[in-house]
Design a protein around this ligand. Structure first.
Ligand SMILES: [Zn+2]
Length: 105
C-alpha cells in the first residue's frame, strides 16, 4: 500500500469520525508487510472509546473501500452512525458505507 501510494482513512464505529491515516506511521508501527484488512484500533477522537476500521482508495477521487473481510466485523456496520468529516459535516456521497449497497454510488 505504501509503495502504491494508496489513500487510507479510519472510520469510527461509535462516533462516525473519518480520520486520515498516515501510511508511513502505520508501516513504522506494524511493518511494511502488515495488512490493514480486519485491523481495528481505538478511535483517536477525544472522549470517544469506539473502535475504528480502515478504508482505502487507490488514489485521490477514487471510491473508498471498507477494509473489512470477516463477516463478524462487517455485520455491525449497519449499526454505525453516519460517517462525518470535521465540524460534523456529513461525508460526501462517495462515503464508503454506501459502497456496501450494490449499484449505489
Ligand atoms: Zn470515535
Amino acid at each position: 500500500m505504501q509503495r502504491l501510494q494508496i489513500q487510507v482513512r479510519t472510520q469510527c464505529r461509535r462516533c462516525g469520525a473519518l480520520m486520515r491515516a498516515d501510511l508511513d506511521d502505520l508501516v513504522a508501527r506494524y511493518g511494511a508487510s502488515a495488512s490493514l484488512i480486519d485491523r481495528q484500533e481505538r478511535c483517536r477522537m477525544v472522549a470517544c472509546d469506539g473502535a475504528t476500521f480502515y478504508l482505502g482508495a487507490r488514489r485521490h477521487g477514487e471510491p473508498w473501500r471498507i477494509l473489512l473481510d470477516a463477516a463478524a466485523l462487517r455485520d455491525g456496520l449497519s449499526l454505525c452512525p453516519p460517517a462525518h468529516l470535521a465540524h460534523g459535516r456529513p461525508a460526501p456521497v462517495a462515503n464508503a458505507a454506501d459502497l456496501l449497497i450494490p449499484g449505489r454510488r
